[in-house]
Design a binder for this molecule. Structure first.
Ligand code: ZN
Length: 167
């Protein structure tokens, strides 16, 4: 137990050091987020301060993806009377490594290749995560208008919850 705690603490300290060394100079956008410089960071290495918060607490995406998602979320709220349910969004590198180790083969992207690591993917819940629900059908029909897609590899019941942004 002790070694696990120490590991976590160590990792946490490393992250703080990384962030402190390279504070980017960025513009403040309408949403108060500073997304432009996200392009200059490697997969899973984007500081939280560079990503944009979603209305769903704790969830963040690259600025352009966040803006499009907030629009889509607004349309979803109008249709269903509640916000979209977001289970996961930006995923740091060390979390990608952990998932890759824990998940069955093929169920998580190789670390450093996930669209989650670029702040361009969300995993959704609240019905969207299941094929054939009204929420999933609505997303298939409406999300592409906002640049969001359930990619082909995720279709057919493989990962109905996984949606990616492409400008
Ligand atoms: Zn996903």
């Amino acid at each position: 137990m002790n070694s696990t705690n120490e590991d976590n603490e160590h990792r946490h300290n490393e992250e703080e050091k990384e962030g402190a060394g390279e504070e980017p100079v960025v513009e403040i956008t309408d949403h108060g987020c500073t997304g432009r410089n996200a392009f200059s960071y490697a997969n899973g290495r984007i500081p939280a301060s560079v990503l944009c918060p979603l209305p769903q607490p704790g969830e963040r995406l690259r600025a352009d993806a966040a803006e499009a998602f907030i629009e889509l979320d607004g349309a979803y709220r109008e249709e269903f009377g509640r916000p979209m349910c977001v289970a996961d969004s930006y995923r740091p590198y060390h979390v990608q490594v952990r998932l890759f180790r824990e998940m069955l083969p093929g169920m998580a992207a190789r670390p450093g290749t996930s669209q989650h690591g670029l702040g361009l993917a969300v995993d959704l819940c609240g019905g969207v995560n299941r094929l054939g629900t009204v929420e999933h059908e609505w997303m298939l029909a409406n999300a592409p208008d906002h640049g969001w897609h359930n990619p082909h590899w995720a279709r057919g019941g493989f990962e109905p919850w996984h949606w990616e942004f492409s400008a």
